[in-house]
Design a protein around this ligand. Structure first.
Ligand code: HEM
Length: 423
């Protein structure tokens, strides 16, 4: 149960969806419902500090915007912060903010290392590492599930994939967290930019090292690969490493913590997972729908057009709210119920269309590993302190959740089998 006050009254124009405090301090479920019902294509008016932007909240409209990258480009940014600031400096060079042929070429270069077959080894190591982390957490009894368990799983997987040495991982966790959100919600542009630059510098140095001595990892692949008959530029390499770590760490971590939180609040669903009444595959999809860690995908209209009954002008910022689309009652029966057996489950957590998340298979495999470990090793989980919500208008989740975990008796634990998991 979300214990934050619900935002369900007052004029829609008075709500500022760009404000990170709004997202951290409120349960926005009722607001999304109002937007979907009353103003599915809503203009969020400009204020002293930022321009206005369109807010798209219904599943069908979100799908239609995200499918059409010719009318709605990502090249001027794909998240509110960069869109409102006037553009993304990595446009045309980083996958998420590149469109057309350059996007196709870059994406097809990256598809192979993200394919299920290439990820076999990474996934197996995710399963073993996750089980070890959950075992250690059970031994300790009380942990901060966000910091002590969930933070390590996606980061280890991405570092494995990119070839980041274990000794650098704590440094990368710190830079990634502060590049995306602040602990107290107050904007700290200097710290944010310092962290982003720190990550870029780190990958610049790693790319230079792999250029001299390539290994079997994604950074080496990027430095040796050709796209459209030419090698990738140093900037393309560095921006895309940055994008992989930024795209895959906090998002997956928040889905893990939010998934456990939802299970702790619903003993019936926890029992269904433990008994095998619901499959882990179906549970993973519902955790993804329920948690929606990436709140929105943003675009810019490339031409004048109608969206629903609203006239959108060329150059307008258009934000599609995945978190709202995932609770659209026209697509999901009982959308506000957390139902691990939900099927079909056409959630938009990984977006839709040409920019559909490149790391979706890996994220699903990580969540699978976590839910299997919780199912097999934990008899009971309960919160021991209040959660801390992250301050961001782009990411949604818990940066801290103290919990107590009671283990299953050793004899009744299911052993880890050697088959690779995955979604
Ligand atoms: C794209 C969400 C995990 C790498 C996206 C997009 C979303 C998303 C919404 C589309 C952005 C847009 O439309 O502008 C998530 C969520 C995850 C997750 C919720 C975890 C639960 C990962 C992982 C990786 C990753 C594990 C890599 C290790 C990427 C990349 C793109 C992307 C590179 C850009 C794809 C493109 O533009 O073609 N992700 N992601 N993501 N994601 Fe993920």
């Amino acid at each position: 149960m979300d214990t934050r006050p619900a935002l369900d009254q007052g004029p829609l124009d008075a709500v500022d969806l760009a404000d990170p405090l709004l997202h951290a301090h409120h349960d926005l479920g009722p607001l999304w419902r109002r937007l979907r019902d009353e103003a599915p294509v809503h203009w969020q008016p400009e204020n002293d500090s930022r321009p206005g932007f369109w807010v798209i909240s219904g599943h069908a409209d979100v799908v239609s915007v995200l499918s059409d990258s010719a009318s709605f480009t990502s090249e001027r940014g794909n998240v509110l912060d960069t869109l409102l600031a006037g553009g993304d400096s990595a446009a045309g060079r980083m996958l998420a903010v590149t469109d057309g042929q350059p996007h196709k070429a870059l994406r097809s270069a990256l598809l192979k290392p993200f394919s299920p077959r290439s990820l076999d080894v990474v996934v197996e190591s995710v399963r073993r590492g996750t089980r070890r982390l959950v075992e250690e957490a059970v031994e300790r009894g009380e942990v901060d599930f966000a910091a002590d368990v969930a933070a390590h799983i996606p980061l280890a997987a991405i570092c494995n994939l990119l070839g980041v040495p274990p000794t650098d991982r704590q440094h990368i966790i710190e830079l990634t967290s502060s590049a995306l959100s602040t602990e107290d919600g107050l904007p700290d542009e200097e710290a944010t930019w310092a962290s982003r630059n720190g990550l870029l510098l780190y990958f610049s140095e790693l790319a230079a090292a792999r250029h001299d001595k390539p290994y079997d990892d994604v950074v080496s692949l990027l430095v040796t690969k050709e796209i459209d008959g030419r090698p990738l530029t140093h900037e393309e390499i560095v921006f895309n490493c940055y994008s992989i770590i930024m795209g895959g760490h906090e998002t997956t971590r928040f889905s893990m913590v939010g998934g456990l939180q939802a299970l702790m609040e619903r003993p019936g669903q926890w029992r269904a997972l433990k008994s095998g009444e619901v499959t882990v595959d179906s549970a993973v999809e519902e955790v993804l729908r329920w948690t929606s860690p990436a709140l929105h995908s943003g675009r810019t209209a490339t031409q004048d057009l109608f969206l629903g009954d609203q006239f959108v002008e060329e150059g307008d910022i258009v934000t599609t709210w995945l978190a709202s689309a995932n609770r659209d009652g026209r697509v999901f029966a009982e959308p506000d119920e957390f139902d691990l057996a939900r099927t079909p489950n056409k959630h938009l957590t990984f977006a839709y269309g040409p920019h559909f998340c490149l790391g979706a298979f890996l994220a699903r495999a990580e969540l699978t590993a976590l839910l299997e470990s919780l199912r097999d090793l934990v008899a009971q989980a309960r919160p021991t302190g209040p959660p801390t919500y992250v301050y961001s208008n782009f990411l949604s989740g818990l940066s801290s959740q103290p919990v107590s975990l009671t283990g299953e008796p050793a004899g009744s634990r299911a052993p880890l089998t050697s088959s690779a998991g995955g979604g």
